[in-house]
Design a binder for this molecule. Structure first.
Ligand code: NAD
Length: 287
């Protein structure tokens, strides 16, 4: 049996459509256009592609998009000043600082990100939003794990009562995924680089989320027959070849559903960002 393919383009189109309706409602009922400001510091080519993509998607959905380009040699103070300016600007609903930051200011990343007004923090990285996620209050949630959850819902995959295993405990993917799945009544185990007997744990999973950044690490032997496999990993193994953390060719034979790489979770992240801009606008409007 071959698994059902969970294609990112299908779910991201649905998520974007919902966001577009949200934009239209806010415009009609409150007379404002939801807006996103993305700050990019330096010339990292991959970051430029990501930022362009976010800008394009905003335009597609009728969200106002501002890209603030800052020099590679910007200081922490200059960046914080820009964030303060955007925090105070009532016409801006969402603020995002594109990562990674240049080496010169990388060590200040936490301080810089924490400067963003939590109600405008569309990446969901601010401790205020992390705390709300942990306590189960509605809040701005990191886009990649939020996109994975949304995809499960749109695909009609049940979460309640299921055993879920996440490989990876990062603040961006693994940890928020834990809280999202737990809030939906899954029994969740988080594995990481110190986990002993990893295959034994992953073989328990009805829903397996791989977010470790290790190409094709998760093989069929690590997957329970008929599990749902979500591959968050994006690994460049050659100039034009991306693979996930899951060995797709063997996994597809044992899973009941699986996301491909490329063409899977990656597409959901930008789509969820658009929903976060709407959510942020609503939080600011107190609705
Ligand atoms: P990270 O490097 O911050 O975290 C990796 C995690 O994997 C760590 O918690 C580590 O303990 C765990 N890990 C590493 N080796 C392991 C092993 N052998 N066994 C068990 N656990 C192990 O990475 P991240 O930022 O969470 O990203 C993970 C992957 O997801 C990367 O490939 C990244 O490119 C990708 N990613 C994709 C998107 C997207 O939009 N699709 C977004 C964010 C990250």
């Amino acid at each position: 049996m071959t698994a059902r393919l969970l294609e990112g383009k299908i779910f991201s189109a649905q998520i974007k459509e919902e966001a577009k309706t949200g934009v239209e409602e806010i415009k009609k009922n409150f007379g404002i256009t939801p807006s996103l400001a993305v700050i990019i510091v330096g010339e990292n080519p991959a970051s430029k592609v990501y930022v362009r993509n976010k800008h394009k998607t905003c335009e597609e959905l009728g969200i106002k998009s501002i890209v603030v380009e800052m020099s590679e040699h910007s200081t922490k103070e200059e960046l914080i000043e820009k964030i303060d300016e955007l925090n105070a600007d009532k016409s801006i609903n969402g603020i995002l600082v594109q990562l990674p930051l240049p080496n010169e200011i990388k060590s200040h990343e936490e301080e810089i990100l924490n400067r963003i007004d939590p109600l405008k923090d569309v990446d969901g990285f601010h401790p205020y939003n992390v705390g709300k996620l942990v306590t189960g209050s509605p809040t701005l949630v990191p886009c990649t794990p939020a996109g994975c959850l949304k995809m499960l819902d749109l695909a009609g995959i049940e979460i309640d009562g299921k055993r879920a295993v996440i490989i990876g405990r990062s603040n961006i993917v693994g940890k928020p995924m834990l809280h999202l799945l737990m809030s939906r009544h899954a029994t969740v185990t988080v594995c990481h680089s110190h986990t002993k007997n990893l295959p034994e744990v992953t073989r328990e999973a009805d829903i397996l989320v791989a977010a470790m950044g290790k190409p094709k690490f998760v093989t069929a032997e690590m997957i329970k027959p008929n599990a749902v496999v979500i591959d968050v990993g994006i690994n460049r193994i050659a100039p034009k070849k991306l693979v996930g953390d899951v060995d797709f060719e063997s996994a597809i034979e044992i899973a009941s559903a699986i996301t491909p790489v490329p063409g899977g979770v990656g597409l959901l992240t930008v789509a969820m960002l658009m929903q976060n801009v709407i959510k942020a606008a609503k939080l600011q409007l107190n609705i």
